[in-house]
Design a binder for this molecule. Structure first.
Ligand code: NAP
Length: 279
């Protein structure tokens, strides 16, 4: 039976460390959070981030804008936040309403306040192993592996999903940790054959019960990044947890796995940004 990786407990430790270090700074770190429109999931995420900030001694500056906000008004706000010395990090909750251009918004945030690590400058720095910030979700996964003494070097890692925010940076960090990495996506042929070779399998697809026991090697480490809602509206991952748990050596639950670590790593990035602004 697999050991369950306790993301909640690890995240609490990371946040406690951030709180202690933030308290030593001359000024409270500040995070500006922009939410456009009424997406219910986005509202939950934003509330969670505000709560995390309060726990970590970080000031949060919420900007809740109506769905009909124009691109120019949004970029104007970002320009003002870029110039605001009380703001160390700027986060614009995605997805944005259809008429807004998410890439332009990401590109408008000054890289030293891009605590999500989505700006091409920060993605580039991370890709060549000279990160300013680390992308929160993949960095949270790496932190979990380290905390449980799970080696990556030389091991076969398979990442399911190739999005810019999870799959690609996840593959990059595993490669930098000397894993031998394969990335799979919706056009991959013979997927189960590939996943069965994984010593470390990271799933970030967004499909409930996609990863079955037959796709997992005996003793594999299984990391479930996904946050899906099943037919009953319950939060769940990509992995058929009940079937895979007996086969894996380590497994992350959903909820209580990668999600809390993502939130905690965001707090760490805000601290990093605040330090660089208060030197
Ligand atoms: P995304 O942008 O929708 O990307 C999904 C990826 O899965 C794509 O690369 C897609 O392939 C691939 N895919 C879809 N169906 C597939 C299939 N049948 N076989 C193989 N690959 C398939 O999603 P995302 O933003 O990366 O998020 C993925 C999941 O992680 C979601 O459940 C999301 O809610 C969750 N998430 C969780 C956290 C957290 O903190 N825990 C953070 C971010 C995201 P193509 O590229 O070919 O389309």
């Amino acid at each position: 039976m697999a050991i369950r990786i306790d993301g909640k407990a690890l995240a609490a430790r990371v946040k406690e460390q951030v709180r202690a270090e933030a308290a030593e700074l001359p000024r409270k770190p500040g995070l500006a959070v922009i939410l456009v429109g009424e997406n219910p999931a986005s509202k939950v995420y934003v509330n969670g981030k505000e709560k995390d900030c309060a726990e970590c001694g970080i000031e949060s500056f919420p900007h809740k804008l109506p769905a009909e906000t124009t691109q120019e008004a949004l970029l104007e706000l970002i320009r003002a936040l870029n110039a605001d010395p009380a703001v160390d990090g700027i986060l614009c909750q995605l997805p944005l309403p259809e008429h807004l251009d998410g890439d332009a918004v990401i590109n408008a945030i000054v890289p030293d306040k891009d605590v999500d690590c989505f700006h091409p400058f920060n993605v580039g720095r991370m890709s060549i192993g000279q990160p300013v910030f680390l992308p929160c979700t993949p960095a949270g996964v790496m932190e979990m592996l380290r905390a449980y003494d799970i080696p990556v070097r030389g091991r076969r890692c398979v990442v399911l999903g190739r999005s810019n925010i999870v799959g690609k940076p996840m593959a990059m960090l595993l490669t930098q940790a000397d894993g031998t990495v394969t990335v799979c996506h919706s056009r991959t042929e013979g997927l189960a054959e590939i996943t069965r070779q994984a010593d470390i399998l990271v799933s970030a697809i967004g499909k409930t019960d996609f990863v079955t026991a037959g796709m997992v090697k005996e003793g594999a480490v299984v990391i479930d990044v996904a946050m899906n809602r099943n037919a009953e509206g319950r939060l769940c991952g990509d992995v058929d947890f009940a079937a895979v748990e007996p086969k894996a050596s380590y497994i992350t639950p959903v909820p209580g796995g990668v999600g809390p670590m993502t939130r905690a790593l965001l707090m760490r990035n805000i601290l990093t940004a605040a330090r660089s602004h208060q030197l």
